[in-house]
Structure formats: C-alpha cells, structure tokens
Write a protein that binds this ligand. Structure first.
Ligand code: GLA
Length: 383
C-alpha cells in the first residue's frame, strides 16, 4: 500500500479526530546543510538548502479555550491552556508548547486552536525535523489568529523557543532556512546580520543524502558543551564571537588557551572561510573545489570539533571515494550521527546511490535510506 503523504495524513487525521475540516494546512521543510557546521551560534556563515520533506500542520478553531494537538507520527495527543503553558513530557509536544509560549511572549495574540500534525522529515537525522515542526506550528498558529510576520522574525522566535523552552542552545540556521528557503537555491546566511543571499544550484548538480541510521539528539549535552567551549575561546581572544577572528589571530594570540578550546576555535574559524569559498564554488559550478572544501570540513569536524563517529567517517570516506573529483561528501547537521550529504553531477548520482546501497550497512545491519533531494521552498500556507 502506498504511504500517504504528510499533507493527506494530517488532513485525514484532523477530520477523524475533530469531526470537521481544518481551516488551513501549513507546511515547513527540513533542511540539509551543504557546509558551515556549528558556525551559526558563533555569528558565522552557513550554506543550507531546504529539502523536499516537510512537517504539515492542519489547523482550525478550537471548540473550547485550549490548544489541542494530535501527532500522526507518534500516535499521541496533547492539550494545554494557552494562558498557562507548562512543559510537556512528550518531546514532540514540547515544540508546540514552546512556539505557543514564545509567540505570546513576543506579543502575538494567538488563539485557542486544534491541530493535527504529520511529517516526512526523518527524525533525529540531522535534517532538522524539529525546526520544521517549530516553523510549521508557528506559522499555523499565526495564520489561525490572522497575524502576518516576517519569516526572519518567525525564525528568531522559534530559535528562542528552542533555546529557552526546549533547552537546546541551537543557532538560527535551521529555523531560518525552514522559514525562508527558495526553490532550487541554497542560502548563504550571515548569522550575525541575518542577511541571506540565494545561490542557484546548477541544474546538473545532484544532492544525495544518506542516512547513517545512527540517530542523535541536539538536546543531548554534547551540543551545548561545544557551544560553551566556543564562547570560552571567544572570551580568550577578547571578541564577541569567533566570527571576529581569522586564522592569523587564532594562532598569534593563542598563548594560554588550552588545546581543546584552541581546536574548537580552529574548526569554527576555518569553517567560516570554507563556507564563503564554497558559496563561490557553487555559484561557479566548480564541483572539484566544492568537494575539496566539503572533505576539509568533515576532517575538521572529526579532528578539531570531534562531533563525528567512526561509522560516519567511513560512510563519508566511501562516498568521497565514489564521487572522486566530481564533488564531495561530509556529515551534515549537529553531529554524533545523522546523515552524510554528497554533492555530485546528476549523471553520477545513481551510481553513487547504487554503490552506497551495496556497501554501507546501518547499525541494525540494514541498507541505508538514501534520497536525492530537491532544494525546496520555505514554509507556506498550502491552501
Ligand atoms: C543543529 C543546530 C543548528 C546548528 C547545527 C550545526 O542543527 O540546530 O543551529 O548549530 O546543529 O551546524
């Protein structure tokens, strides 16, 4: 039986649960980051695009004063009073409560509503299922209350919600790309000014995403620990964020900085440089250059930032061996598992998929989930 898409599932579940049709359907995509990892919270540069996988929210007015939700993917429900929002013990519901709370804190008068949610962004895979959940829920609650806000503002509220309510000190990348992405483009984002510049992905370039099958969670301590180490290094150099130093300052003023903090900083400073060069290489359709930068990024995440795992390193190596000079591959996302992204020419993509399917095994000894992704639109109201 074909698996129903997220939109049909959210719609059907809404009708079944609430006995009427939803007023709106809203979607927001997950993302893949081409390069620029752990640079966003250092006020640096990132180069993500949205993927053609979404979280979809069906929403309509509530029959009482509460916000009720139903998750098709977790087969679970949640209900809370929007005037008194407490944490939930269900992880998916935390994001809904977080958005409702922080939209209100920012002065947006959201209304009681009923929601049904379904998604096809793989969970815990470094493809930002949580940001797509936050942005779709935020946009849905705003639409239901007849409020329009700028996508950048929505992303900032979602980041705050995740930082303060969910407890992950994430940067702005995932929320901003989910809210603002453009079809067939990656966005070079300056995470200090929040300026974005859209870089067209050439039509003969394929983005191949391989899920290692190792799941991760950003709320785990390792992510917040990396952020604290970067802040400690910035303090050593006397700057607001690591964005404000270059490789020369990194080395000339390193005295008394302990080795680990130095290596964390070296990753961030070099990754910012790589990201800017990669944006140019993509614009020029120079896949050889882009591939070399992606391999250097992976090595830096492995050696200096220490967020890869041996299985992810070998998956990335396998992909790079097959891709050769026609692009490159690297782990994408927060780390400690998740996906490896490969960029190559469209005519080499099927060969890459075939070889990885034959060679890589997940920890459960399965063939990995692999998909060619289209760079997709940012969040919108569907109907
Ligand atoms: C997670 C966070 C982002 C970013 C990446 C690493 O996806 O949510 O803000 O820091 O990790 O680049």
């Amino acid at each position: 039986m074909p698996v129903k898409d997220a939109k049909s599932r959210a719609f059907a579940a809404y009708v079944e649960e609430y006995g009427e049709k939803p007023e709106y359907l809203v979607r927001a995509p997950g993302r893949v980051n081409i390069i620029g990892e752990h640079t966003d919270y250092n006020d640096g540069f990132v180069l993500p695009c949205a993927i053609d996988r979404d979280t979809v929210v069906a929403i309509g007015p509530s029959q009482d004063n509460n916000i009720k939700s139903l998750s098709c993917d977790f087969d679970a429900k949640d209900e809370f009073n929007p005037n008194q929002i407490n944490p939930s013990s269900q992880e998916w519901a935390q994001y809904i409560r977080a958005m409702a709370k922080h939209l209100s804190l920012e002065g947006h008068q959201i209304k009681a509503a009923q929601l049904s949610l379904a998604g096809d962004v793989p969970l815990g895979s470094g493809l930002s299922s949580s940001a797509s959940l936050e942005i779709s829920v935020g946009l849905a609650l705003l639409k239901q209350a007849d409020i329009e806000i700028d996508p950048t503002q929505l992303a900032q509220i979602a980041q705050k919600a995740e930082n303060q309510f969910v407890g992950c000190s994430c940067g702005i990348m995932d929320q901003l790309i989910s809210a603002k992405a453009q079809k067939d483009h990656a966005l070079l984002i300056d995470c200090r000014s929040l300026d974005t510049s859209a870089i067209s992905i050439p039509t003969d370039v394929a983005i191949v995403i391989v899920n290692s099958g190792i799941t991760h969670s950003n709320t785990g301590g390792e992510y917040n620990e990396r952020r604290a180490q970067c802040e400690q290094a910035a303090q050593h150099y006397g700057v607001r964020a690591l964005r404000d130093i270059n490789m020369e300052i990194l080395d000339s003023q390193r005295t008394n900085l302990e080795d680990m903090a130095y290596r964390r900083a070296r990753h961030v400073v070099s990754e910012n440089e790589r990201t800017l060069s990669a944006a140019k290489a993509l614009k020029d359709n120079d896949l050889q250059k882009l591939g070399a930068l992606m391999r250097a990024s992976h090595a830096s995440m492995r050696n200096d930032f220490e967020i890869t795992l041996p299985a992810i390193d070998s998956l990335s190596d396998m992909m790079n061996d097959i891709i050769g000079n026609n692009g490159g591959a690297r782990m994408t996302g927060g780390g400690f598992g998740g996906c490896v992204v490969g960029i190559t020419t469209t005519n080499k993509a099927d060969n890459l998929i075939e070889h990885i399917t034959a060679k890589y095994r997940t920890p459960l000894d399965k063939t990995p989930a692999i998909f060619k992704c289209k760079a997709w639109y940012g969040a919108n109201i569907i109907n």
